[in-house]
Every structure is written in structure tokens, then in C-alpha cells.
Design a protein around this ligand. Sequence first.
Ligand SMILES: [Zn+2]
Ligand SMILES: [Zn+2]
Length: 385
Amino acid sequence: MTIDLDNLAQEMAGWRRDLHAHPEFGFEEARTSAFVAGKLREFGLDEVVTGVGRTGVVGTLKRGGGNRAIALRADMDALRIPEQGEAPYRSRNPGVMHACGHDGHTAMLLGAAKLLAAEGGFYGTVRFLFQPAEEWGRGALAMLDDGLLERFPFAEIYGLHNAPGLAVGRFETRAGAIMSAEDNFEIVLRGVGGHAARPHVGRETLVAACALVMSLQSIVSRRLSPAEIAVVSVTELITDGTRNALPGEARIRGDARSFSPQVSADIEEQMRAIADGIARAYAVEPSVTYTREFVPLLNDPALTEEALGAARALLGAENVSVVSEPFTGSEDFARFLDHVPGCFAFLGNGDSAPLHNPRYDFDDAGLIHGARFHAGIVRRRLPAA
Ligand SMILES: [Zn+2]
Ligand SMILES: [Zn+2]
């Protein structure tokens, strides 16, 4: 059965607006995952499993007897941002909104499922992954920890994100690093607080913390290769001092971005060495906590060529480009690519407000391109004949 694409586009816009009106925060996507599972069952998928990684959903569609499987992934979560838009379908959930377009990503993957279930045109297995909690950087790991790869094996994975500022119908990606790692750090310096008039009898921590903040700036400028891209940002300095009392404790927090696991490891090592050295110089005790919230997103070169080829066939070569530089934003899709090769790409969202802005909205005109890309890469990678 052939699906009428205009009807599908309208139907997807209806789903998208429904999801937009009912946004849910990460791991709270109860209504959204029920909506997704209901649609997948209605399309006649072979298997629909809910509760994968708490609120995740996995749909499976098989055609022919081949045992090759590829996965398509969408994210379902919204953000704790009060919406300022005036659309009739604006958020009915106070303080929460779809400010990153995950409502659109979910709707277009549902559209692809409907298209592929009705039309086939491939030979093998497609896994439709609807992941929770992308914004936290926790949902992909939750699905992986829940046995995703053992229970629903696949050999390749593809994902899309909308891109404000890129015209609707345009497609961009690149091989290798495309989104950064996000590491968080906290350094606590402990000394002995005391009277502001008598610093020499205590071991106050504020001057040491200021020296440490300045020295951390040398990691990127003096310690990493100039050919690497990285950012180390100190965002908070908190002490327990008051106007006439020197602090006995100072806490520095911040965020580091990079594009390779080695650079992330180097930043941590340098940070620990600098914190130790400064602490020794000022006779205070350091403690460093360094965590990896998002890993860098590294696209497989061969499968990126396949994704570009599928996009050119659908959108025309003039609407498909290879971006020259990676972005310093982060994406939870990277966790899947730690295990299985694949490609993450951007699809134009036109002249919308930026992502995570209270006036952002997904452009429904992009839905059909997303659904057709998902179906196109399946048919290219799992050819029917
Ligand atoms: Zn986001
Ligand atoms: Zn997003």
C-alpha cells in the first residue's frame, strides 16, 4: 500500500502539535511513550516494547528473512522552560515546554514507521528507538543498561536533530566529531577560616581559589595542542566567608567541552595537577570531582556517506551539505555510537527562535523530510532486492 505523502505530512503535524501541547520532562514521558506505543501498534509493527530504560519505547518492523537490523532514533523529552509562544497548541503543562523540537523528532520517526509499515521496500529489521531524557544525557544509557543491544540488536543507527537557522528541506552533517563532550567539574579547597584582620593565623581559601580559577585558563591555552578544540569554563565560585571573616572553604564549579576522549582525559589530568599545585602553594586541601555528562558524538565516515547519499536522493544535492566544523553543543545520541556505528545529522528548521528559547517552535514543514529521510536510509541500507 502506498502512503499519500501530503496526508502523512498533515497527520504528523497533528501528532506533533498534540505532543507539543503535552510536554514531559526526562524520565517522566508517561503520556508521550503511551502515545508513541499506541501509534506503533496501530501501524501494525511486529513488536512494540515499552519501559525500555524507564520511559523508552522500542518498535520492531521486519520484512523478508534477512537478519540485518538498523536502528532509527528519536528523543521524546521536553525542558523545564515556561513557554512564551502563542500557538493554539502551546504547552498545557506549566513550566515545561518542547523547546528543543523533540516533539518534531518523535512525530517524524512515527511518520517513518507508518510509511515503512505500509509500504515496506526493505529487507531486514528496523528498530524504532524512542529515547527518554536526552536533555539530561541519561536516557540513552538507561536504555543501554536495560539491555537494549542484547534484546533488540542492530548494526547501525541514525538520528536527526532540527536546526534553527538552516532552511527547511536542507540537511547537514559531517564525518567524525560533530557534537562535543560535556564534562562537569567541582573543585573544593579546604583550609581554616578566621578573622579578616588576621589572615596569617588561618589558611583562608579565597585567594587560593582565585589563583586556581586563573590557572585553569592555561589548560586550553598552554597544555592542549593548538590543533584541538576545547573549552574550560569556570561558572561558579562559592565560599563560606562573610564580609569580615575569611572562608575556610571555597568551591569552584564549571564545564569543559571537547571532541575526543583523549582531550577530555587530558583536561581532567591537568585540572587535578593544577589544583594540587595551587593547593600546596596556599597550604589548603584540594578535592576534585570530574564527571562526564555527554561523550563526544563521532559519526562513522562510511555511514555518514550513506546518510548524505540518502539525503541527496530525497532533497537534491543542492540542499545537502557537509559542515566544516563540529558544534560545541552536546547530544545523548553519542552514547549509542559508543557501541554501534552510525550517523547523526541536522535538518533545517527555518527561521525559528533558537533551541532552548521560550519562543522556539518546531516547523511542521520539516516533518515530511525527516520521515522520508528515515525511510530512505532504511531502504538504502536494507535493499529489498
Ligand atoms: Zn536540547
Ligand atoms: Zn535536542
